[in-house]
Design a protein around this ligand. Structure first.
Ligand code: DGI
Ligand code: FE
Ligand code: FE
Length: 197
């Protein structure tokens, strides 16, 4: 890792709002706990947690501008909901601004908002930690999902995707293809499991 944790932390303190910085600390420590549970590299989980929202605190038009500048593909849904781009842009900054060369970390940042089919363990850890970290207060079924995260991470991923899609359909938000594909993948896993039992 070319920049140490302290440098990353100091830089994040400068560019993130207070709440976002605290959220980021919560995701990093929750990711460490999940890494302990699922026997993953603790420092990689921490770095991915710290950096996952590093591109969050800028206006939406700037996100679009930066993505165009760096040739990052923008989907139709992202044009309607440019906040989604903080994941792709965050993965780009992790590599080019924070010197992260480990693609496990970069990919975990890349898919942290929509999820993806067949995620790696670190991708699942960050996806789940983002949703359950201690500063989150309002999501439905939070207590149940927090417990499930430490029992069966695929089930926790599925529960989060289900609740997120429900929330988005109520809000009438446009749904990214990746969000749909990810949900189909994990609902299949869970359903097939239940048939087998
Ligand atoms: O950046 P955070 O707020 O910590 O969390 P996040 O990056 O997981 O973003 C969460 C939001 O993203 C949440 O309100 C649901 C939304 N989201 C997830 N998938 C989609 C989506 N929004 C739209 N419009 N379309 C999606 O496919
Ligand atoms: Fe995010
Ligand atoms: Fe987040």
């Amino acid at each position: 890792m070319s920049k140490n944790l302290k440098n990353i932390n100091n830089e994040l303190k400068n560019i993130l709002s207070k709440d976002r910085y605290e959220h980021t600390q919560g995701v990093a420590s929750t990711a460490i706990c999940l890494a302990m549970r699922y026997e993953y590299d603790l420092e990689k989980a921490e770095v991915a947690g710290l950096l996952h929202d590093c591109a969050k605190c800028m206006p939406d038009d700037k996100k679009l501008k930066k993505c165009r500048k760096h040739n990052i593909l923008i989907t139709e849904t992202e044009i309607n909901s440019p906040y989604l781009l903080h994941a792709k842009l965050g993965a780009f900054y992790a590599m080019h601004k924070y010197g992260i060369t480990d693609m496990d970390i970069v990919n975990a940042i890349l898919v942290h908002t929509t999820g993806a089919p067949d995620m790696t363990l670190l991708e699942k850890i960050i996806y789940v930690a983002d949703y359950i970290e201690p500063n989150r207060k309002e999501a439905p079924n939070l207590n149940e999902i927090r417990k499930m995260a430490f029992v069966d991470i695929d089930m926790a991923v599925y529960m989060i995707m289900k609740d997120t899609l429900e929330y988005l359909s109520k809000k009438k938000g446009s749904i990214d293809k990746m969000t749909t594909k990810a949900y189909e993948y994990y609902s299949n896993i869970i359903e097939n499991r239940e048939v087998k039992k």
